[in-house]
Design a protein around this ligand. Structure first.
Ligand code: SF4
Ligand code: SF4
Ligand code: SF4
Length: 272
């Protein structure tokens, strides 16, 4: 039974967040929201332990579709980075600010970039493309993420500085336009560079939060060098070009790991 402790712990962590926010914000939505996400994550971890090759995709679709369709399109909540800036400027700790705090700013201290592997609705679509492992060397254009990060901040700041009316409505349309742009750029880059995750590596502004915080992640892939026979299979299946054989936090592309577990599943010696 001990091997099933991880999904139970994940469920307990999300339930603690759900109940705390429900009681402190006096809003039962948070109980439903974080219980649903916690149950989806726990199911994914459970399937992972059972050896299902679809574990990650199940969670990714359950959480990604919920956030994109239900929260974004039906509830009109902009959960993208523009929505985060919007709520931050209005001084309200709601929706996107809570989402960012839990999934993208403080959460990565615990579960690294688990968000990118198991929940992101952009990657949910990109992961359907055929280039699961990059076919070309990484390009030195990671600076693009700082441009998109600054552009998202400048866009929302300009709306406030210009005292534009009905910003909430603009945020809804920004969510639609932003997602269409993300999908279009993400799919174009994946097809051009034969790498499903090219958008994540070079363009996504959220990585400006995710990368530094995940450097300190508690949950991370490490190697048992007593078992490892240096066959190199793990590195061949990694979508993010992480040097998982190096246990140092400063390892190559260490803050890129999305905890997809492909290296772990493919290691013939169970060394990871
Ligand atoms: S890097 Fe950005 S687009 Fe890629 S999975 Fe993470 S949050 Fe989503
Ligand atoms: S293959 Fe391993 S090192 Fe690479 S992203 Fe997935 S879990 Fe991380
Ligand atoms: S797949 Fe396993 S045995 Fe092979 S290099 Fe990686 S950790 Fe070592």
């Amino acid at each position: 039974m001990r091997k099933y402790a991880p999904p139970l712990v994940m469920l307990a962590v999300f339930e603690a967040v759900a109940v705390t926010l429900w009681l402190t914000k006096d809003n039962i939505f948070y109980l439903f929201n974080f219980s649903y996400i916690g149950a989806s994550v726990a199911l994914g971890v459970f399937l992972l332990i059972k050896g299902s090759p679809h574990a990650r995709r199940v969670t990714q679709l359950l959480v990604g579709l919920y956030m994109l369709v239900y929260l974004g399109l039906i509830c009109n909540e902009n959960m993208q980075i523009e929505g985060f800036w919007y709520y931050l400027f209005t001084g309200v700790f709601e929706a996107a600010t809570i989402h960012y705090a839990v999934a993208k700013i403080f959460g990565p201290l615990l579960f690294g970039r688990g968000w990118c592997g198991y929940a992101c609705w952009t990657a949910m679509v990109l992961d359907f493309l055929p280039y699961k492992v990059p076919e070309q060397p990484r390009k030195p254009i990671g600076w693009v993420r700082y441009v998109t990060f600054a552009a998202s901040l400048a866009f929302v700041a300009a709306l406030f500085l210009a005292h534009v009316g009905n910003i909430e409505r603009i945020m809804f349309w920004a969510f639609i336009v932003g997602n269409v742009a993300y999908y279009a750029i993400g799919i174009a880059l994946a097809l051009a560079w034969h790498d499903n995750r090219a958008f994540c590596k070079y363009v996504c502004p959220v990585t400006v939060f995710l990368k530094p915080m995940s450097y300190f992640a508690l949950v991370r892939i490490t190697c048992d060098h007593e078992k490892c026979v240096s066959c190199g299979r793990c590195r061949k299946v990694c979508p993010m070009e992480v040097d998982m054989l190096d246990d140092a936090r400063s390892r190559e592309n260490g803050t890129e790991c999305i905890l997809c577990m492909e290296c772990v599943r493919n290691c013939p010696r169970k060394a990871l």
